[in-house]
Design a protein around this ligand. Structure first.
Ligand SMILES: CC(C)(COP(=O)(O)OP(=O)(O)OC[C@H]1O[C@@H](n2cnc3c(N)ncnc32)[C@H](O)[C@@H]1OP(=O)(O)O)[C@@H](O)C(=O)NCCC(=O)NCCS
Length: 165
């Protein structure tokens, strides 16, 4: 498995295939071109031939400083192979090398797959339980827009908890 920077061609392929990665294309506007332009050093893909199998768009936020994962997704046919974990491990090492002490990500409260995935990677959920017993920060994304907020401390090596084969 090789992790490579996301090129413009990769980005175009991803945006053209959102339903295969997400099951819908409602988050198209979250795929901002700044990730292959201004943030190209923290946007990665794993390819199978010419096919983008998985991607992670992150950024190193210097104010906190925190490694923030904006989007991570794996095509349906490539799930449960450890690809998202590999991408997270890689980004964790990059973020740690740039002075970050934490990783952070958010999702919507009904994305159970994302919550299970992040929990299995050792992330903790901030906030307080909602009526469905999912910990959320109320109004995080605006009035009525609660979000699950994941946070994980980074070790000096990047916090990798599983060996990368
Ligand atoms: C969430 C997602 C990125 C996981 O990708 P993946 O490559 O299948 O995940 P991995 O194979 O690296 O799994 C890592 C761990 O998470 C767990 N996991 C991943 N997806 C899971 C799911 N849907 N339900 C339960 N556990 C899950 C795995 O069991 C694994 O733990 P383990 O290795 O200790 O057994 C993928 O399902 C996806 O693209 N979903 C749609 C997009 C999305 O919701 N992205 C997250 C938005 S914040």
């Amino acid at each position: 498995v090789t992790i490579a920077p996301c090129t413009k061609a990769d980005f175009d392929q991803i945006v053209s295939a959102l339903p295969d990665f997400w099951g819908h294309d409602r988050n198209r506007s979250l795929h901002h071109p700044m990730f292959v332009n201004e943030l190209a050093d923290s946007a990665y893909v794993i390819r199978d031939g010419d096919t983008v199998a998985a991607y992670l768009f992150g950024l190193v936020a210097t104010a906190a400083p925190v490694g923030y994962v904006h989007l991570v997704a794996v095509r349906s046919a490539y799930r449960h192979l450890g690809l998202a974990r590999r991408l997270y491990d890689h980004f964790a090492a990059v973020a740690a090398s740039r002075g970050c002490t934490q990783l952070k990500a958010i999702t919507v409260p009904d994305n159970a797959g994302s919550i299970r995935f992040h929990t299995s990677l050792g992330f903790e959920l901030e906030g307080t339980p909602n009526p469905d017993a999912v910990s959320v920060i109320a109004d995080y994304a605006g009035p009525g827009l609660d979000r699950v907020v994941f946070r994980k401390a980074l070790g000096r090596s990047g916090g990798t908890t599983h060996p990368v084969a």
